[in-house]
Design a protein around this ligand. Structure first.
Ligand SMILES: Nc1ncnc2c1ncn2[C@@H]1O[C@H](COP(=O)(O)OP(=O)(O)O)[C@@H](O)[C@H]1O
Ligand SMILES: [Mg+2]
Length: 301
């Protein structure tokens, strides 16, 4: 097959591993920087050009779209979809998962467990907003944040009110969430491919920190997950419509709670923590599904 990887930089660990795995399995691979693509949108023959050449003949695209290039990256992926190329994750599912509010609303509709969460833009009654989620301590998050930046633990009502007012002053949309203390500064990253969790790791925040992000100094180890955690992760990926997803769970007294669903989950932390060749599992999934799609399309005539 000819597989395109939408990535800005081919020296990134995940991109490198996907190239390696695809080549090992006998595929042709090209890394495409979405920002440098330009497109011709028309009804008869949609085109994508890159470095002066028309991109054609691709069987599948692996989107590795960074948070900062979601808008244009998804537009390029959508163009590939219009050309009949199989996307590992569909552009519409990626767009969905990038919006934390929309994601949690979708998960709640499917009955997937999550921390009690309030959303606000300009709340006229901060006290009521805090009571709505069960009072302090609360976690306050910027809707657009990643890597733990913009996630604050407010232990008292006074602290919570100040933080909410400060974020409001910056005209930021915020999320106010029940603090899951019993998670003990850890979360579980479940790596979903298709309808299976193929690897899981526990990320533990460093001493004195409640955010377990590896970018914030958290450490990752192999973990065995429960059947309920497995079901929750698969249900969350399915609710978002993602074939490949990193589902982050908090272990709470009332069972697993989904914090977020990542549509371009990194491979480095999870491959190192579990020793699994996840890149090859992804390519193998593409082999099965891109081929099935081609047959189905042919069938339709
Ligand atoms: N409601 C919560 N209760 C306990 N810990 C939380 C809660 N929300 C977030 N955390 C901790 O903070 C980290 C970062 O939060 P997250 O929502 O994943 O933001 P980001 O998108 O920036 O990673 C999580 O990995 C988790 O360890
Ligand atoms: Mg996170």
């Amino acid at each position: 097959m000819k597989i395109g990887i939408l990535s800005r930089n081919q020296s990134l660990y995940s991109t490198r591993r996907l190239i390696e795995a695809a080549q090992q399995r006998g595929h042709e691979v090209a890394v495409i920087d979405a920002l440098r693509c330009y497109m011709n949108i028309n009804s008869s023959e949609p085109e994508i050009h890159f470095k002066g050449q028309q991109l054609s003949g691709f069987d599948a695209i692996v989107p590795r779209i960074g948070a900062s290039v979601t808008f244009y990256g998804c537009a390029v992926l959508r163009q590939f979809e219009m050309m009949g190329v199989y996307p590992l994750n569909e552009s519409v599912a990626i767009t969905r998962s990038r919006d934390k509010l929309r994601s949690l609303q979708l998960l709640s509709r499917k009955g997937v467990g999550m921390p009690i969460t309030g959303f606000a833009s300009k709340p006229d009654d901060v006290k009521d907003l805090l009571e709505m989620v069960g009072g302090t301590p609360v976690v306050i998050k910027l809707l657009e944040g990643t890597q733990g930046i913009g996630v604050v633990l407010a232990e008292t009502r006074k602290a919570a009110e100040s933080v909410i007012e400060a974020f409001m002053g910056l005209k930021a949309n915020i999320m106010v969430q029940e603090y899951i203390k019993e998670a003990g500064g850890a979360d579980i990253r479940c790596f979903v491919i298709g309808d299976r969790v193929i690897a899981a790791m526990k990320r533990q925040a460093q001493e004195g920190e409640f955010r377990s992000n590896l970018h914030r100094g958290g450490s990752a180890t192999l973990v065995k997950i429960s059947p309920e955690e497995r079901r929750t992760a698969i249900a969350a990926a399915k609710a978002m419509g993602l074939n490949v997803a990193g589902v982050d769970l908090l272990r709470s007294e009332r069972g697993p709670l989904v914090m977020e669903v990542n549509s371009s989950p990194g491979l480095e932390g999870i491959e190192k923590a579990t020793g699994k060749d996840i890149a090859s599992m992804i390519i193998s999934f593409i082999e099965k599904n891109a081929a099935a799609k081609r047959t189905a399309t042919r069938g339709k005539g």
